[in-house]
Write a protein that binds this ligand. Structure first.
Ligand code: MN
Length: 197
């Protein structure tokens, strides 16, 4: 089958994602390693120590080339592995949409995680997700996935307006206001010591 037919955004198509690994034939998987998250964890000493021990893959996702129009939907598969830097659970970089008026859905297929949300006015919220749950990220909110399991990957399928655009810079510069730490085996929300309001 030709690639053009396989991914026929004009007339419809099916993408056969592997339910457990998220891999799909013909779709590149983008990996983010610990070194890609430099400066984002709260405990810098623990981060440096973790990097010395290796540079593990923290998460993987797909960037599918869907036409970036206001009538198309972009979607993909995300696998966030379990791990911590110090007490802080592994997370995705997180981002705002460039078009702040666009929302997103995340469907959890496996694992146990949180969606960490915040908006520019200072509101924030966490959405706890287990397999089967669909989380709604409202328009105007930055979002980050956090894996709060100590053993399982947090696997989600996401979908958003294809022309939403991604703004990673704001979060990279300012950080999220809240972070998720493990305390006595339980997730705990704390203020980000590096975050600016
Ligand atoms: Mn998004």
């Amino acid at each position: 089958m030709e690639t053009r037919e396989k991914f026929d955004w004009e007339r419809g198509c099916v993408i056969p994602f592997d339910l457990f690994t998220g891999k799909a034939d013909g779709i590149p998987m983008i990996q983010r390693r610990l070194s890609d998250l430099a400066g984002m964890f709260s405990d810098e000493a623990a981060y440096e120590k973790a990097l010395e021990a290796g540079d593990p893959v923290v998460y993987e996702y797909h960037a599918i080339e869907i036409p970036p129009t206001d009538g198309d939907l972009s979607f993909g598969y995300s696998v966030l592995y379990p791990g911590k830097v110090g007490k802080e659970y592994w997370f995705t970089k997180g981002h705002y949409h460039e078009k702040l008026y666009t929302a997103e859905v995340y469907h959890c297929l496996k694992g146990h995680g949180m969606l960490l949300l915040e908006d520019r006015r200072g509101d924030w919220k966490t959405l706890e997700m287990k397999a089967g749950d669909i989380g709604y990220v409202p328009k105007g909110y930055a979002h980050r996935s956090v894996n709060i399991s100590d053993s399982e990957p947090f696997v989600t399928v996401f979908a958003y307006r294809a022309d939403a655009g991604h703004d990673y810079g704001t979060i990279k510069t300012k950080g999220f206001r809240k972070i998720l730490l493990e305390e006595s085996g339980q997730p705990m929300i704390a203020d980000n010591p590096k975050g600016m309001s």
